[in-house]
Write a protein that binds this ligand. Structure first.
Ligand code: FCB
Length: 446
């Protein structure tokens, strides 16, 4: 049995647009994801987040599930346009009240609140002003952070500024597979820098207004590999991939500069003093990790590489993501070796599988349990080798709106029937409950 150290933090992650629904309710403004979903052909089945898991109305039941699971921390996100419909200026009291109730509900149930200020749902009104490509976005975000700090700061244990800024920048602005759906490599670099700057300004604001709360950000840490047959030829491309996906967001925070390989691309967007703002110390790094990343050479594109299909020998999830706990271990060790071993909480990890409710009402998701056994064993190994990892949060509590993949892809420990909104804890929920209760990877069947 693999035991975790005393005090290891077990939590769960969710995000606002993926679960809340309540789209027109109580004065919530539109976000870039409302717009993206309404654009034909962008999201599978034409799905959108207008109802989702109806968490906006059913949150007490969902908070009860967190308690049943035994989680001590809940990482959720705040929908910026729900609390500031135009993104700046006017506040929406009813939206703020909702997050008050969620935080109070957590504390009543003995959980700690770790709100994330940005899990991709930028107010559309700000996108209309250029969104993250507008340098003013850094101040818009800091002002919004101040609003939330004043409102929730007395009850928040840790703040997360951004979830996966790399995905916002690269997938949202270069690949166009996420809102706002741009395919402009230069705009993506610009957006990446402004998001970093927004993070730095928000760190200052949050420290100022809530000096006792911790502050950090969340990044998917990629371990990139060349395809085995091009191992030597493409090794440098794997390094460049890691610079683009990890380094662009870690190096400015931890070292006060962009990776040398990319400094030229960023130079035109960086003003004097920016890197000092971005490198303000953070208390922790949230790490998301799902799959190994393979690269191959490309020509005539914005980058000299592209995503490659992983070798055939990996098993895949329903997202077609390769399953490889060793890549998780390797990603965690990158942080230990290259970034001086910062305090880390794994804030997302999990898989989408074909979950069916059986005739007896059970959802017997053994493949998800196998996935977690593999990944948790590799997490344990990284810790045994000295990586400073302090907690783990599965993605996710509930099945939810999986962005451009819509509702077909299910990541939850709890199954959601979207017709009735009935919640059914899966076998993996019982597994995770046993992990948390024992603070160890248990043997036996679930
Ligand atoms: C991460 C996102 C999260 C979820 C998982 C599957 O990139 O942060 O919202 O969609 O992937």
């Amino acid at each position: 049995m693999l035991r975790f150290p005393e005090g290891f933090v077990w939590g769960v992650s969710t995000s606002s647009y993926q679960i809340e629904g309540g789209a027109p309710d109580d004065g919530r403004g539109r976000s870039i994801w409302d717009t993206y979903c309404a654009t034909p052909g962008k999201v599978a089945n034409g799905d959108d987040g207008s109802v989702a898991c109806d968490h906006y109305h059913r949150y007490p039941e969902d908070l009860d599930l967190l308690r049943t699971l035994g989680a001590s921390v809940y990482r959720f996100s705040i929908m910026w346009p729900r609390v500031m419909p135009e993104g700046t200026g006017r506040l929406n009291e009813k939206g703020l009240d909702f997050y008050d109730r969620v935080v109070d509900g957590l504390l009543e149930r003995g959980l700690r609140a770790w709100p994330c200020l940005y899990h991709w749902d930028l107010p559309q009104a700000l996108q209309d002003r250029g969104g993250w490509t507008n340098r003013d976005s850094a101040s818009w975000f800091a002002d919004y952070a101040a609003v939330m700090a004043r409102r929730l700061g007395d009850r928040v244990e840790k703040w997360v500024t951004f979830n996966e800024p790399s995905v916002s920048a690269w997938i949202g602005h270069e690949e166009g597979r996420h809102a706002p759906g741009l395919t402009d490599p230069r705009a993506a670099v610009r957006a990446a820098h402004h998001i970093n700057l927004a993070h730095g300004r928000a760190v200052a604001t949050l420290r100022d207004l809530t000096p006792r709360a911790g502050v950090g950000f969340v990044l998917p840490i990629h371990k990139a590999r060349p395809l085995p047959r091009f191992a030597e030829r493409d090794a440098h491309l794997a390094d460049l991939f890691e610079d683009k996906w990890n380094g662009v967001f870690l190096d400015p925070v931890y070292f006060g500069r962009y990776p040398a390989s990319l400094a030229d691309r960023f130079a035109e967007h960086v003003a004097p003093g920016d890197l000092e703002e971005i490198s303000r110390p953070v208390d922790f790094l949230g790490v998301n990790h799902y799959f190994p990343s393979y690269v191959e050479a490309a020509s005539g594109e914005a980058w000299p590489f592209r995503h490659a299909e992983p070798p055939f020998y990996f098993r895949r999830t329903e997202m077609n993501w390769a399953i490889d706990g060793r890549a998780f271990y390797e990603a965690l060790m990158i942080l230990k070796h290259r970034y001086r071993n910062p305090p880390v909480y794994v804030t997302e990890n999990g898989g989408a599988f074909l979950d069916c409710v059986q005739a007896d009402g059970r959802v017997d998701d053994q493949d998800r349990i196998a996935y977690y056994k593999d990944y948790l064993a590799n997490l344990h190994r990284a810790m045994a080798e000295g990586a400073d990892i302090r907690g783990f949060m599965p993605w996710s509590l509930l099945d939810n709106f999986e962005w451009a993949r819509g509702y077909d892809k299910r990541f939850g420990l709890v199954h959601v029937d979207y017709r009735t909104q009935k919640r059914t804890p899966k076998a993996s929920f019982d597994f995770m409950r046993a992990v948390i209760a024992g603070n160890a990877l248990p043997g036996g069947q679930f």
